[in-house]
Design a protein around this ligand. Structure first.
Ligand code: ATP
Ligand code: MG
Length: 321
């Protein structure tokens, strides 16, 4: 169902190519196995989830003129994400990630080629400002260069949200913190952003509060299967994740960010938005795919209801182990 709400996601779209050998990896040899190609990238994942949640979603990602660009566009079209605001850089290689897994499915060797993200300069994004300023919300991912993050923070007027992507890239969001409605780092990304260690409930609470002191209106630090720690200017809360049937955790954090934005657009406060995030993340962990085919507004609302403590009408709070 469409909500009439419009959102842009500015960040990376990626093609992942995974090699899964049938036997033990033999180096310097050709290994029989399966090769699986799929679309990914934090920005693309967030965009696909938002579209599934009924938000009119526009992806603003850099693409080359290679076959991968066509795959990204087709994948987004299938998910209901508009790619009309994506950039096409002639001759550039679209962002890609090539990995070989072992028999257990764990990555053993990988090459990532994300240089095209450097083409997302402030000058390039200046061409998209009018479109971005017509949205109800804009989401950034930290694959963007830091000067572009700073430029967008200064010039984009709708509520801004950001996903920190990785510990190595998280600090690129620092210039945007005072403009962010909410930021979603995981524990390692929160450490990189704040300089504080994050390993249990008190340290997560301290880091979430620090992110608010640094200027963010809201911070949700996700802590994997343990849950999430959220802070705004008035309050800090830890919310435990309910146990889920783990199938594939890839994309859980991106689904969290998407549902957090969806919930804010639907008028929920930061803490209810974090519950929406956890509900969407749980649906994602249960699915084989990076974006769950079962992701809908109704499914997220149902999950949120299940996670509410019926006796108090409030939320479950638990100690981090
Ligand atoms: N094993 C799990 N069991 C239950 N919930 C999980 C599990 N892993 C992740 N989650 C849920 O997903 C949310 C986000 O996960 P996580 O903190 O791992 O984000 P992330 O590191 O950004 O993930 P990603 O690798 O997708 O970027 C958590 O807050 C939690 O609600
Ligand atoms: Mg993440």
């Amino acid at each position: 169902m469409q909500t009439g709400l419009r959102c842009a996601v500015v960040g990376a779209a990626n093609i992942d190519i995974g090699g899964f050998p049938h036997g033990r990896i033999a180096l310097q040899d050709s290994n029989p196995g399966r090769v699986i190609l799929s679309a990914g990238g934090v920005g693309r994942n967030i965009a696909c989830n938002l579209a599934r949640l009924g938000i009119e979603t526009h992806l603003v990602a850099p693409l080359g003129t290679d076959a991968f660009a066509g795959i990204v566009r087709a994948d987004c079209a299938g998910a209901g994400v508009d790619t009309g605001l994506c950039f096409t850089f002639p001759g550039a290689a679209s962002s890609s990630y090539l990995f070989i897994a072992d028999l257990g499915g764990d990555m053993q060797l990988a090459v990532n080629d994300m240089d095209i993200c450097l083409r997302m300069t402030p000058e390039a994004l200046a061409e998209r400002l009018d479109a971005l300023n017509g949205m109800d919300a804009v989401v950034l991912d930290a694959n963007l260069p830091q000067e572009t993050v700073a430029f967008l923070a200064e010039r984009v007027r709708p509520p801004l949200f950001a996903d920190a992507v990785s510990a190595a890239k998280a600090r690129r969001l620092l210039p945007a913190l005072p403009r962010l409605h909410a930021i979603k780092p995981n524990a390692l990304e929160a450490e990189a952003l704040t300089g504080l260690p994050v390993y249990d409930r008190p340290t997560a609470e301290a880091a979430a509060l620090r992110l608010v002191e640094m200027g963010a209106r809201g911070a949700c630090i996700t802590l994997g299967e343990r849950g999430v720690c959220c802070a705004d200017r008035d309050e800090v809360r830890f919310m435990a994740a309910t146990p889920v049937q783990m199938t594939n955790a890839t994309g859980a954090g991106d689904a969290f960010t998407a549902a957090m934005v969806w919930a804010r657009l639907r008028g929920m406060d930061l803490f209810a938005s974090a519950r929406a995030g956890m509900a969407a993340a749980a649906l994602t962990v249960e699915a084989e795919e990076t974006v769950s085919p079962l992701m809908t507004e109704a499914a997220v609302r149902r999950r949120m209801g299940e996670n509410t403590d019926k006796t108090t009408g409030g939320y479950r709070h638990e100690q981090l182990s």
